[in-house]
Design a protein around this ligand. Sequence first.
Ligand SMILES: NC(=O)c1ccc[n+]([C@@H]2O[C@H](COP(=O)([O-])OP(=O)(O)OC[C@H]3O[C@@H](n4cnc5c(N)ncnc54)[C@H](O)[C@@H]3O)[C@@H](O)[C@H]2O)c1
Ligand SMILES: [Zn+2]
Length: 339
Amino acid sequence: LPTVLRSHAPAHHFAIISDSNVAPLYALPLSDRLVRDGLRSDVFIFEAGEPNKTRASWASLTDAMLAAGIGRDGCVIAVGGGVTTDLAGFVAATFMRGISLVLVPTSLLAMIDASIGGKTGVDSPAGKNLVGAFHFPRFVAVDPDVLRTLPDADYRAGLAEAVKHGAIADASYMNWLVANAVAVLRRDVGFVDTLILRSIEIKAALVSRDEREAGIRAALNFGHTIGHAIERLSNFTVPHGHAVAIGMVVEARLGEAEGVTLPGTASTLQRALEALGLPVALPPGLDPLRLAQATGSDKKVRSNLVRYALVARLGEIAGTEGAWTHAVATDRVVATLGA
Ligand SMILES: NC(=O)c1ccc[n+]([C@@H]2O[C@H](COP(=O)([O-])OP(=O)(O)OC[C@H]3O[C@@H](n4cnc5c(N)ncnc54)[C@H](O)[C@@H]3O)[C@@H](O)[C@H]2O)c1
Ligand SMILES: [Zn+2]
């Protein structure tokens, strides 16, 4: 990194932002390495976990950076999972009206999804990611070796987004994931590298067609309207990727009920997710009506219907240019959830 930072993100002072789990593993050693290399670097740590992806964390990180004397010629290096890349990205987007940013994703989910596409932000009590900005990094450094320390549940959360990439854009990729589920779950190097590259290709292609989410980028929200509601109603005890896995199955069933999605898609998707060790059913005790209502304060809402990104079949998002999402009334969602 010192060499690449010098050439691609030169700065007077590097602010490494990391969470309390990842900082001792990677951020503190990286900072020592930069200092040994003659670069100026400080580490700013927040408490790990989605409940801390907040304006409060944004404020304390920003204040600490100001107190450390970081200026307009500083650069934020986010080292961590998607919570860190989103939060640190938003700090960089707003610090002195925007300073340069480098992303070093350390979770599978952050490598293949959260660090690609320029979206940064924090959650608010009204919903996830409701406060944020587009702010693109100078570069993203992905080192699959760091996945060795990633807990299993977090690794599988990343696999859910990989399945999503297959489901919306490439059926053969999804089939490859399922056919090689054992090697993928064992984190065999060759398979993990292939997975990371293919997922980044799919996400980057969609995002570069539509940087500001005016159209096709909405495909990436497949599974997320229900997924975000599950996360929120579970008080974030269900991790993002797991909520998205359940959300994709529900939204495929919804698509089938609406006549948008090829019949049988939900059950194929369900088997694929199960093969990769992901949950596919709503958490026990979650009331379908409350869940359907909770999708209402998601930011993808327009008018009183809720808009969903649905698939036509596995490997293909449903819709046409200018109309990539589908409005579904809450009672139809309750009917699907209750069925
Ligand atoms: N900006 C986007 O486009 C985008 C896209 C997808 C998801 N996201 C966001 O990403 C977040 C989810 O990301 P996540 O699943 O990475 O969550 P996370 O950042 O909370 O990381 C999951 C857990 O793994 C730990 N961890 C990360 N890397 C590790 C490593 N190498 N070794 C040991 N522990 C490690 C973290 O400390 C945390 O406890 C959500 O907030 C979601 O909204 C954003
Ligand atoms: Zn996601």
